[in-house]
Design a protein around this ligand. Sequence first.
Ligand code: FA5
Length: 347
Amino acid sequence: MSLIDQLNQLEQEALAALERAADLTALAEWKSAYLGKQGALSRLSRGLGALPAEERPAAGARFNAVRATLEQALERAEAQLKRIARQHAFEADQVDVTLPGRAPAIGRLHPTTQMLRTIYSVLGEMGFQVWESPEVETDEFNFQLLNMPPDHPARDMWDTFYIDTAPGEPTLLLRTHTSPGQIYAMRANAPNPVRAILPGKCYRYEQVTARHEMQFFQVEGIAIGEQISFADLKGTLVAFAERLYGKGVKTRFRPSYFPFTEPSVEFDIECFLCGGAGCRVCKHSGWLEILGAGMIHPTVLRNGGYDPEKVSGFAFGMGPERMAMLRYGIDDIRWFFSGDERFLQQF
Ligand code: FA5
């Protein structure tokens, strides 16, 4: 067979093979088989030198024409395959706008935070501004300025976590209640009237039970001015309880003792769980204590920079977890710091 016939045959065969190449890998293989240095065309070109001189120009021209044809066919096939690949990718990427959306998981506020915010808003409407005071306190602020000198027996009411300090340094502790905040708020405002609440975490070396945690929140409240009376305290707390738990909620004041108030009371709300019949949560009393309160002791007023001859005031310290228990019917305070999502997702 002449070289030209061989070239024609190779052209047909190569074009047919190109038709069958279904992807870019197959194209690369085809290119190396027919157009590569060791490919079929190069192999045939080696026969050019053996031709008689007069046949060489025609054969050379045909050789170049076949190479050009194959190269162009390869280019076209490559472009076509790339177009198809792009089309597939595009189809695979298509967004189905008719699919129902996936709802993002939405976080929520902890029930204590929700309760705190309710407290801020109710007491805020009554004119109390929100203050903050430190969680790590000195013995002086947590006890002494609140009318409990060292070795005062009432200190036993607050089992305290002390912090190791160097000898000669002031005694540090984790505050057992928010009452030290009273002194900060008083000193910042004396001799002017003040109405403030001070929320924050407290810590006690407690036996943990359904009603007692080692860490819990309190919201302290003080109101100081001329002629503030116990009636103001009662009115404020009853109005507050009705805003939180609804009109007609059963409340009671019990005489109590705190060294920093005189007289002192504790304020109870009828137990949500048993409706007053008595149960585990209310220790079979039918009532749940939510706060301690009283008229600020003259010594404490003086420590805060006020003249007890001229002004009087009331103070209270409430437990938001206990209040959330009542509001949402939670029967164990330990849920609050459990971090259990089954609990948290209910709020
Ligand atoms: C006090 O801490 C006083 N500082 C309150 C006070 C303030 C009295 C101002 C007078 C004037 P008591 O220890 O009772 O008091 O705590 C007050 C409230 O904090 C309780 O009614 C309760 O709601 C909450 N509380 C106390 N201990 C715990 C605890 N271990 N776990 C959860 N809540 C607690």
